[in-house]
Design a protein around this ligand. Structure first.
Ligand code: FES
Ligand code: FES
Length: 382
């Protein structure tokens, strides 16, 4: 058992808990707060959503002990909250519930939407709700109720989000140099050292065509802030004097949303127009970690055409690792690289990158499912 102290609905509580106890079980079984419902228990249905440090969190995916010191708010604490009061009335008026099993999680997410996104339209509301499943209503009433409350806004946040982040773990260095064959047109030479092996990590190689000269592409690749603007979901906090970069990477996979904050070390080799990125970061809420090493090279593919060759090794650990199956990650990477290539071409020509939102949404989920099906069919067809 582990002693755990945290604030639940404004009251500090201390209990001995099994390290494996998730937050939903903790509040229901230890504190008798049964307003939080449990459905799938693996992060898909959203029934267990509660507010932790001001943000909606899947309590079935969060270990209680990982929330030590956190401010946890369950639906019971919103009895007198004016915004949730409006939502409750609107849910009744618009018939936004039938059996009510999904409703506690829906209200927690709706509270987040109406206080964080005052301009949200129907499309955005549906995207934000994509992590909360309802088997009864068909969502029309739920969306209408949220729109109704938004129209009466703006609504002040009664629970302010707490800044969060984790200290990056010290990362190890590099070993030897290597060459990687990358397509027929040319051979990418990664003259800089390759990263040390990430034990248990997955690897992925990609070549993306970029319709600008290799000189322009290489110049763009050396501007870290521009590169961050080209990467959907990436943001830079600071560039340190030693060249390391502190920042965050947000990713949304259907119901799962994570923001990995950490540090990356970037190295360049001008003679081969190649470089490396070695990074590690963590998502403070789910206590998941991502470790990654990327080698990249700009390769000439004609007068005004080039190619960006990428060779990456990554490892996800913690609760979110279950969403890190290779086919899912490959789909994330391919979607992301499509946007990166378009942005690189844009900024290399003096334009502005347009990617800022993390990869995610229902289109992504459908794409991933199709990719998995394709993989199964190919396997079965052989
Ligand atoms: S019970 Fe937590 S997401 Fe379904
Ligand atoms: S109202 Fe029954 S699951 Fe949503």
């Amino acid at each position: 058992m582990t002693a755990l102290t945290l604030s639940v609905n404004g009251v500090e509580v201390t209990r001995d808990v099994e390290p494996r106890t998730h937050l939903a079980d903790f509040v229901r079984e230890n504190l008798n707060l049964t307003g939080t419902h449990i459905g799938c228990e693996h992060g898909v249905c959203g029934a267990c959503t509660m507010i932790v440090d001001g943000r909606p969190v899947r309590s079935c995916l969060s270990y209680a002990v990982s929330c030590a010191g956190a401010d946890v708010r369950t639906l019971e604490s919103f009895d007198n909250d004016p915004v949730v009061g409006l939502l409750r009335d609107a849910f009744s008026r618009h018939h936004a519930l039938q059996c009510g099993y999904c409703t506690p999680g829906m209200l927690a997410t709706a509270f987040d939407i109406v206080t964080r996104l005052p301009e949200a339209d129907e499309t955005r509301i549906r995207e934000e709700l994509s992590g909360n499943l309802c088997r009864c209503t068909g969502y029309v009433g739920i969306v209408a109720a949220i729109r109704d409350v938004l129209a009466r806004g703006p609504h002040a946040r009664t629970v302010e989000p707490v800044a969060r982040g984790v200290s990056p773990r010290a990362v190890s260095g590099w070993t030897d140099a290597t060459k990687v064959a990358a397509g027929d047109a040319a051979t990418a030479t990664f003259a800089v050292p390759v990263p040390e092996r990430i034990d248990g990590g997955q690897t992925l190689s990609r070549s993306i065509p970029v319709p600008v000269s290799v000189e322009r592409l290489w110049a763009t690749l050396q501007d870290i802030e521009t590169i961050a603007r080209c990467l959907p979901g990436a943001s830079i906090e600071r560039i340190n004097p030693d060249g390391s970069v502190e920042g965050a990477f947000a990713v949304a996979i259907g119901p799962m949303k994570a923001r990995f904050a950490g540090t990356a070390q970037v190295a360049y080799d001008a003679s081969s127009r190649s470089g490396t990125v070695r990074g590690a970061g963590g998502d403070g809420i789910s206590r998941s970690r991502a470790d990654g090493a990327i080698r990249f090279a700009a390769v000439a593919a004609g007068d005004d055409a080039s190619r960006l060759d990428i060779d990456m090794t990554y490892k996800l650990s913690g609760p979110l690792a279950q969403f890190g199956r290779p086919v899912v990650v490959a789909h994330v990477v391919d979607r992301m690289l499509g946007e990166v290539a378009a942005n690189l071409a844009r900024v290399s020509e003096g334009g502005v990158a347009t990617a800022s939102a993390p990869i995610g949404g229902i289109g992504f989920v459908l794409g991933t499912v199709l990719a998995m099906l394709r993989q199964l069919l190919i396997k079965d067809g052989k």
